[in-house]
Structure formats: structure tokens, C-alpha cells
Design a protein around this ligand. Structure first.
Ligand code: NAD
Length: 366
């Protein structure tokens, strides 16, 4: 959605905003005793229960928290749909300082709020949430995923996410270069956290020429030493002479400032909401001849992982197998974008919305 459109949404009042973004339900959760303030947003449940992580963040204003949860839950709807999962889109945000406010009672109180939705919303980990928090939430509700393997959960989703990003990158390379080999390709990976590190391992195995950067310099040094990859200064990654840029840290790194600096043919990374403006920056990339692999599609491995946990009888091999579908979906999206002369993010949203509309039709039939 364009920034201007988002601004219009901001001015539309709460229900106007819900109607424009298409949300079904928003729940405000408040508990005096623990100091809990949370918002759960359920965007769309046509395909199934709304699954999405809980993010804890010290938002400057409540408005900012609301905007974040509405935007994130909408993204989850698209991610689940395009990945062929029978899940809707939802997300929760908890307002406050994760370092000082979290306690067992705090997390269990939040779990009670999740439980009150009777499975319409299923939670998982997101920024500033740990497996231990999910365990506390799980004491009050069964509608929680992201539990450790010891509790028959799916464990760390990052290896699956990284695998999907790797395959999405290969698909984008095929589109840009005519074949999907990454051997010899110069690839800049921004952010070597959980996902970035596994991604770099895949790239090194395929003999790519990898550059890494991160705000945590010690991590950069350690990984460069372990895998023999090169390093680049934080802000210099945008100017690197590279084939592929892989944003695996923050959102909105594709913007008015960075796109003109990019010297690559492919952007494919794990970060959510990479395009600051879905429309404007999507087209700026096309104008520069850059193939963009839609973020919510190629980073869906983590969601595929928790979906399998939710279904029960979790099987890691099956999860990786399912993540392989990301390659074909990417190729389909590149084709659709070309046919319809739209950018790849728009094509991905179109495909996601089509599946929801088709299934909604099926559901109304006897
Ligand atoms: P993480 O927190 O483990 O790693 C992020 C890394 O980015 C950290 O090492 C951090 O130091 C670094 N970083 C932060 N700001 C930076 C900057 N300005 N420049 C360079 N590096 C910077 O997170 P993660 O789990 O690896 O996830 C990475 C991205 O992928 C996030 O945007 C996340 O939302 C998204 N994502 C992750 C998953 C998953 O399964 N973990 C799934 C889907 C999407």
C-alpha cells in the first residue's frame, strides 16, 4: 500500500481504518495488576484461524502500536495464503519494555486473553519474545505455537526460514540471469542474526562470493572467520558492487535513499516489509532492472514451521519439503507480474487475495 494511501487510512478513524485494511476484529487487552497492555488484531480468517506472533515493543505512542499490529496482521494473511496454508492472518503487540516488564504472571495473563478468543487467534514468537514466554502463555491456553521441541513443538523456525529465502533467491537469480546457480555470485547479506547466519551457510556451500554486515561487529568477525566470508561496513552495503542484496535485518531498507545506490540485479532477503512503500519502491526496483523476490513469500518458512506444529505430529523433514514450494511460487509470481505489468509485491498480494476469494466462494456452497 502506498504511503499516501496509508495516510488516508490514518485519517479514516478506527473503524474506517479497519474497513480499509480489511480487518475482522481488534482486541484491546488491559490488566492493571501486571501492567499488561496488548492489542490483538485478527485480519482475516477465511482460510483458517489467524496465526501470527506476538511482538513486545516500547512503542512511543499507542497509535504507533495499533498501526504496527494492523499492518503486521494484514501481512500474515497474505503470507499464509500465498504459502497454501489453511491459516488466516493475525498478530499481537504488547506495549512496554520487554527487559523490565515481563514476568510469569504478565505472560500468563496475556495467555488468558489469547485463550478468550477460543482459537480464532493463535500466537507465536516475534520480536522480544522467547520460547520461555511461549511456555508461560501455553500454561493458560492451547492456542500457542513456537514451543520447544522438548514440548513437542517445532523449535527454532530460523533454519526453515533461511532455506525458503535461499530458494526464493535462487528463483530470482533464474529470472534475472537465466539460471539459478549462485556459484560465483557476489551476495551482500545485511544482518547475520538467526536467519542471516543459516542463509550464509547455504550460500557458502554453493560457492557464492559472500559479504556480510551487522551492527554487532563481534558477530561479523566471528562468522567471517568461521566461514571465510568477506565483510562490508554497515552503510556501505548499499553501494557494494554485487549481484544480489539480501536484507535480513530490518524493514524499509528499500527506499528513496537506498534504491538509487543499489548496484545489483536481485533483491531477496528475510526481513519483513523491505519496501518502504509497496507500490512506489516496487516500481523503482523494476526501473533499475532489479528482480525483487517478495519478502512475505520467501520468508514464509517460519510460518510453515509453526503451521506444522499447530497441525500436530510435527515432522521437520516434511516442513523443509513444504518450504520447497517457495521456489515454484516465486517463478509463478514473476510470470504474473510480467503478464500484468505490475511489480512482484503487487503480484504476490494479488495471488494471495485470489486464493482467499476462491476459498470464500467454496465455503458458501453446500
Ligand atoms: P535476529 O534478531 O536474530 O537478527 C537480526 C540481525 O540484524 C541481528 O544480528 C542484528 O544485530 C542485525 N541488525 C539490526 N539492525 C541492523 C542494521 N541497521 N544493519 C545491519 N544489521 C542489523 O532476527 P532473525 O530472526 O534473524 O530475523 C531477521 C529478519 O527476518 C527480521 O526482519 C525478521 O522479522 C525476519 N523474519 C524472521 C523469521 C524467523 O524465522 N526468524 C521469519 C520471518 C521473517
Amino acid at each position: 500500500m502506498e504511503i499516501k494511501e496509508l495516510e488516508k487510512v490514518e485519517q479514516a478513524g478506527l473503524f474506517g481504518k479497519l474497513s480499509q485494511l480489511g480487518h475482522e476484529q481488534v482486541v484491546f487487552c488491559h490488566d492493571e495488576a501486571t501492567g499488561l497492555k496488548a492489542i490483538i488484531a485478527i485480519h482475516n480468517t477465511v482460510l483458517g484461524p489467524a496465526l501470527g506472533g506476538t511482538r513486545m515493543w516500547n512503542y512511543a505512542t499507542e497509535q504507533e502500536a495499533l498501526t504496527d499490529v494492523l499492518r503486521l496482521s494484514r501481512g500474515m494473511t497474505f503470507k499464509a495464503s500465498i504459502s497454501g496454508l489453511n491459516l488466516g492472518g493475525g498478530k499481537a503487540v504488547i506495549i512496554g519494555d520487554a527487559k523490565t516488564m515481563k514476568s510469569e504472571a504478565f505472560m500468563r495473563r496475556f495467555g488468558k486473553f489469547v485463550d478468550s478468543l477460543n482459537g480464532k487467534y493463535i500466537t507465536a514468537e516475534d520480536v522480544n519474545m522467547k520460547t520461555a514466554d511461549m511456555e508461560y502463555i501455553g500454561m493458560e491456553t492451547k492456542h500457542v505455537t513456537g514451543l520447544p521441541e522438548s514440548m513437542r513443538g517445532g523449535g527454532d523456525p530460523s533454519p526453515v526460514t533461511a532455506y525458503g529465502v535461499y530458494l526464493g533467491m535462487k528463483a530470482a537469480a533464474k529470472k534475472a540471469y537465466g539460471n539459478d546457480s549462485l556459484t560465483g555470485k557476489t551476495i551482500g547479506v545485511q544482518g547475520i542474526g538467526q536467519v542471516g547466519t543459516y542463509l550464509v551457510e547455504h550460500l557458502v556451500k554453493e560457492n557464492a562470493d559472500v559479504y556480510i554486515t551487522d551492527i554487532a561487529e563481534d558477530k561479523v568477525k566471528a562468522l567471517a572467520q568461521r566461514l571465510g566470508v568477506k565483510t562490508v561496513a554497515q552503510d556501505k552495503i548499499y553501494d557494494l558492487d554485487m549481484d544480489i542484496y539480501a536484507p535480513c535485518a530490518l524493514g524499509a531498507t528499500l527506499n528513496d535513499d537506498t534504491i538509487p545506490r543499489l548496484n545489483c540485479r536481485v533483491v531477496a532477503g528475510a526481513a519483513n516489509n523491505q519496501l518502504k512503500d509497496e507500490v512506489k519502491h516496487g516500481y523503482m526496483l523494476i526501473d533499475k532492472g532489479i528482480t525483487y523476490a517478495p519478502d512475505f513469500l520467501i520468508n514464509a518458512g517460519g510460518l510453515i514451521n509453526v503451521y506444522n506444529e499447530f497441525l500436530g505430529n510435527y515432522n521437520r523433514a516434511r516442513v523443509f519439503e513444504q518450504a520447497e514450494g517457495i521456489y515454484t511460487t516465486c517463478m509463478n509470481i514473476f510470470k504474473l507480474a510480467e503478464q500484468e505489468k505490475i511489480n512482484t509485491q503487487e503480484a504476490a498480494i494479488k495471488l494471495a487475495e485470489k486464493r482467499i476469494a476462491d476459498i470464500a466462494q467454496v465455503r458458501t456452497r453446500r
